[in-house]
Design a protein around this ligand. Structure first.
Ligand SMILES: Nc1ncnc2c1ncn2[C@@H]1O[C@H](COP(=O)(O)OP(=O)(O)OP(=O)(O)O)[C@@H](O)[C@H]1O
Length: 294
């Protein structure tokens, strides 16, 4: 930790519907022990990115710690495109997909804070999807339709997802037709879901990309070809090898995907809209994140 430089602590007060007073006290106490000042920024949901960028230029912190969900972490990662600073994560959202993949969500808050302030880092790749950052997973098809239905309803939490899953599947117009162009191949596939994966798992624990690594300079395109309950259970149980009849995995550094009709699309759990064409490029080792030593 660079001495005399403050640490910027970004908190999303509404993320996860949790009161964060105790969390803020505990993080501040731990920052004080390092001998650094803590600069607290609470997001307001209005031009946070611009406000945080100018705050970073003003106070020149040694690192940034974020307490929030995937949306707040994604916003901070986009700001860090212009600053070479490490990021510590305190998972505090309703969806914590990135933190889950980093093994942070199962740890107690005291350990999460130690890691966020510690000196073990991973330099992860980022996906640039039509000019937006994707840190862990993005997809076309039934999962994005489910996220859309969940976001437009009043029922939150895991029960909300469960409640929407059956009507979403009934209404969905799958299979969709995808034309896929990568640096190595060009082909057409039908499927219920096409994912771009930097990490392996959704925040729910489903392991859709068993061999995916966030720092290998490539991403995976995963096409779920059929709706098969047995294979979905295998995915949920984190089994390593998916039946290739059910899911096909292709590695790439660049891809363009076209659909025959507009299809629901999501990035890191945020519904983006219906899209017909998506371009994805890997940005290798773009973000330095404080992670557990193992
Ligand atoms: N003070 C605030 N009031 C209202 N909205 C806010 C505030 N601060 C941030 N936001 C919004 O919070 C969202 C990001 O939430 P984040 O993903 O970090 O947590 P979350 O609990 O997973 O939320 P969600 O379930 O809605 O995705 C952004 O849409 C942002 O505009």
């Amino acid at each position: 930790m660079e001495e005399n430089k403050p640490i910027l602590f970004i908190v999303n007060p509404i993320a996860g519907n949790l009161n964060k007073d105790q969390l803020i006290i505990q993080v501040k106490k731990n920052i004080a022990k390092t001998g650094s000042e803590c600069e607290l920024y609470k997001t307001c949901g209005d031009e946070d990115a611009a406000k945080i960028s100018s705050l970073i230029s003003k106070i020149t912190p040694s690192r940034i710690i974020v307490a929030g969900g995937d949306g707040t972490i994604k916003m901070t990662a986009e700001i860090l495109a212009d600053f070479d600073l490490p990021l510590g994560i305190i998972p505090a959202g309703s969806a914590n997909g990135l933190a889950f993949n980093l093994g942070l969500t199962i740890l107690p808050l005291s350990r999460q804070i130690e890691i966020a302030l510690g000196n073990h880092f991973k330099q992860i790749d980022i996906l640039d999807i039509n000019g937006e950052y994707c840190l862990h997973l993005s997809d076309f098809g039934v999962n994005a339709e489910l996220i859309k239905n969940y976001h437009f309803s009043n029922i939150r939490g895991k029960f909300g997802y469960l409640l929407h899953s059956i009507p979403t599947l009934i209404r969905s117009k799958y299979p969709f037709e995808f034309e896929i162009n990568t640096e190595n191949a060009c082909f057409k596939k039908k499927g219920i879901l096409l994912a771009f994966a930097n990490f392996g798992k959704y925040g729910t624990g489903a392991n859709i990309n068993p061999h995916g690594k966030p720092d290998d300079g490539v991403f995976e395109i995963i096409i779920f070809k059929e709706f098969d309950i047995l294979e979905i259970f295998k995915t949920l149980r984190n089994e390593d090898d998916l039946d290739p009849e059910f899911a096909e995995i292709i590695q790439a550094t660049h891809a363009k995907v076209r659909c025959n009709t507009p299809v629901a699309f999501q990035i890191d759990g945020e519904y983006i809209g219906e899209k017909e064409e998506i371009e994805v490029n890997i940005i290798p080792k773009k973000l330095k994140i404080a992670t557990p030593p193992n």
